[in-house]
Ligand binder design. Structure first.
Ligand code: NAD
Ligand code: UFG
Length: 337
């Protein structure tokens, strides 16, 4: 019999891709989202793309009654917990909202899971928990740090999960994502920022399609191949397949596991802009500006542990990421709006 997975934040960028892959792999899916950074449209499109049904609850993570109802109505095997606020800059302006939404929301979820006897979870963490890395590539045993309230919420939730695992014997996979980009091959679901994008890739594709006049490179004086910031970009489909491997891991092994999900290869800002120029055949105007506060030069994952223990490696390359991002942008110039 197929397993039932509760996906929190399932209408969001990564969540919608995860729901699509879970349905394709014949999992039963129950989704919770409050649409604070997404819309129903992503889920409608997932339904059309897969031709499969799922159950959706428009519920906030902090709504105890709402969560209790979901656990009462469904026999949930595992939870994949994506729901959260994720903008680094905004978290500096709105720390209370970030701690309340991400930390309190996660605590309510964990409490209701424990009450319902659901003790398996895959949690979306981030490379941000490494703060300023001492060396690259970064392995899971590297020193942790945190430079902003968003990063601290991920750091705190990781420790909360470790304590719950010890006390209550939960089975947990914490996934530290590097830089998720790209879109489903159809170009029908993708990243749809509500506002001016904070992240590089949506900004560059918006500049290519003419929504933005130019891209500002945040500093070209880093100690990297061309002076611009280097990141480990990972295709969102590879990333979500790492979650399915994690569910499989929890079927076999008990305890708490932490994995980086990245490709192990660094790509500079200039290289990423060139990749989008190539696939879009558009001239993208670039202006070099100062460094962005809080940025570091290079962040690249050592993902060998995920390869060894999950049997997972990233399959998509930079061209695939650029092509799928551009396809999504071209088909949806205004996102889901
Ligand atoms: P997203 O904003 O597209 O998706 C998050 C979803 O959660 C949205 O649909 C939003 O409406 C929902 N949500 C937020 N707070 C909620 C609440 N209190 N109750 C119910 N629903 C709520 O973001 P994403 O890029 O898909 O990220 C998913 C997860 O991955 C987040 O936890 C994020 O921190 C983490 N992550 C993302 C990145 C990235 O670059 N995209 C990198 C590292 C980690
Ligand atoms: N950049 C620009 N111009 C832009 C936007 C970004 O030059 O308009 C540069 C940045 O300086 C950086 C690179 O592009 O060198 C990537 O920046 P992003 O904002 O896309 O991504 P970050 O690596 O800064 O942060 C992302 C997520 C965080 C997460 C972190 C680590 O936004 O939530 O990856 O996983 F914590």
């Amino acid at each position: 019999m197929s397993q039932t997975i509760l996906v929190t934040g399932g209408a969001g960028y990564i969540g919608s891709h995860a729901v699509l892959e879970l349905l394709s792999a014949d999992y039963e899916v129950v989704i919770l989202d409050n649409f604070c950074n997404s819309s129903k449209e992503s889920l409608d499109r997932v339904k059309t793309l897969t031709g499969k049904e799922f159950t959706f609850y428009e519920t906030d993570l902090r709504d105890r009654q709402g969560l209790a109802t979901i656990f009462k109505n469904h026999s949930i095997d595992s939870v994949i917990h994506f729901a959260g606020l994720k903008a680094v800059g905004e978290s500096n302006e709105k720390p209370i909202e970030y701690y309340e939404n991400n930390v309190v929301g996660s605590l309510v979820l964990f409490d209701e899971m424990e009450k319902a006897g659901v003790r398996k979870i895959v949690f979306s963490s981030s490379a941000t928990v490494y703060g300023e890395p001492e060396k690259n590539p970064i392995s899971e045993t590297a020193k942790l740090g945190h430079t902003n309230p968003y990063g601290r919420t991920k750091y705190m939730i990781e420790f909360i999960l470790k304590d719950i695992q010890k006390a209550k014997n939960w089975d947990i996979v914490i996934l530290r994502y590097f830089n998720p980009v790209g879109a489903h091959a159809s170009g029908d679901i993708g990243e749809s920022p509500n506002d001016v994008p904070n992240n590089l890739l949506p900004f560059v594709t918006q500049a290519a399609i003419g929504v933005r006049d130019h891209v500002t490179i945040f500093g070209d004086d880093y100690d990297t191949i061309d002076g611009t910031g280097v990141r480990d970009y990972i295709h969102v489909v590879d990333l979500v397949l790492g979650h399915i491997k994690s569910l499989e891991k929890l079927d076999k092994d008990k305890g708490l596991f932490i994995y980086n999900l990245g490709t192990g290869s660094g790509v500079s800002v200039k290289e990423m802009i060139d990749a989008i120029r190539e696939v879009s055949k558009k001239d993208i105007k670039v202006v070099v500006g100062p460094r962005r506060a809080g940025d570091v030069g290079e962040v690249v994952a050592d993902s060998t542990l995920a390869e060894k223990e999950l049997g997972w490696t990233a399959q998509y390359n930079l061209k695939d990421m650029a092509e799928s991002s551009w396809r999504w942008q071209e088909k949806n110039p205004k996102g889901y709006a």
